[in-house]
Design a protein around this ligand. Structure first.
Ligand SMILES: [Zn+2]
Length: 315
């Protein structure tokens, strides 16, 4: 038995071949082709061949976008160049892989699954996974299963309101967790402040380019006041959002990962943990832990989602 997990990202496609105990038998990656779905499917198919196509029971595909799980469609993928809306990616990938079963999941739910089964959340029944990157993604494990919700969008912690009428969010609304803790929104705020005349290492380091997680880390190391303020606001917004989610759901374990959290390190996650506990009604013995699996999380999780759905194991 073995499962292929694919993490389809805006810049690269990462693949793993995972055995029944969660062991990684092979891994491979390729740049995401810029010219749309047919090329993406070909790239994934060749990635699978590179990892060896023997002993594969199915494929899990984690994608960054809006999906229809029942119909196997990737409806919208704004981060993937040339994506046509409503592309039947499950059918196309299955056909390109000799008829193997393909299970579609969003990348954040896949990451949550990986941290739950093999990472910092293993052994728990209830877990919230929070991924801090360009935006804020989150996934929920409730009663030992990945929770999708009635409309398939459960766990959108990034779009929970923490400041009514507050700063703009990438989704078009205001005052969401992501408005303060998503890297893109933090960059927008830094540039707004710089345009008003505030000097900051953030803009000096990034120039016209993207203000990466590395830029935030270096500005913090240089004691840049604005970087310090923005990170503190991110910590507080994450703490408020996680505390609200925990108060609603009584989830005992929260995992915090993603590009920005990984780059800022365990100190950042500890601060988020303290901000959470300060705002919580009944903390009991809830824990906020750093994610453990790093870059592989999405691909490994996609394989585990396929295993859960096709072989009926936990999840
Ligand atoms: Zn939002």
């Amino acid at each position: 038995m073995g499962w292929i997990g694919i993490d389809l990202g805006g810049t690269k496609i990462y693949g793993v071949h995972v055995g029944p105990a969660g062991e990684i038998r092979a891994e491979a990656k390729v740049k995401t082709p810029p010219d749309g779905p047919a090329s993406v499917v070909r790239a994934i198919s060749s990635l699978i061949s590179q990892m060896g196509s023997d002993d594969i029971d199915g494929i899990g595909l984690g994608v960054p976008g809006l999906i229809d799980r029942d119909l196997g469609l990737l409806l919208k993928a704004p981060n993937i160049a040339g994506w046509d809306s409503n592309f039947p990616i499950v059918e196309a990938l299955s056909a390109a892989s000799g008829g193997l079963a393909v299970v579609l999941e969003n990348d954040v739910n896949a990451g949550t699954m990986a941290e739950w089964r093999l990472g910092a959340g293993r052994g728990t029944e209830e877990m919230l996974g929070v991924f801090v990157g360009t935006g804020i993604g989150a996934g929920l494990i409730l009663e030992g299963r990945l929770r999708h919700g009635g409309g398939g969008n459960a766990g959108e912690l990034g779009h929970m309101v923490v400041a009514q009428g507050g700063r703009p969010c990438g989704c078009g609304h205001r005052g969401h967790v992501e408005s303060y803790a998503g890297r893109a929104c933090m960059e927008a705020e830094a540039r707004r402040q710089a345009a008003k005349g505030r000097r900051t290492e953030l803009v000096a380091l990034a120039g016209e380019k993207r203000m990466t997680s590395g830029v935030f880390a270096r500005a913090l190391e240089a004691d840049d006041p604005l970087a310090g303020e923005l990170i503190e606001e991110a910590v507080q917004a994450l703490g408020a959002g996680i505390a609200s989610a925990v108060s609603l759901l009584d989830v005992g374990t929260v995992i915090v990962g993603g590009g920005l959290a990984d780059r800022l390190g365990p100190g950042f996650v500890s601060r988020v943990g303290r901000a959470t506990i300060e705002s919580i009604f009944a903390a009991n013995d809830m824990r906020v832990l750093a994610a453990e699996l790093g870059d592989r999380t999405g691909a490994v999780g996609a394989a585990l989602v396929a295993e859960a759905q096709l072989a009926g194991v936990r999840g």
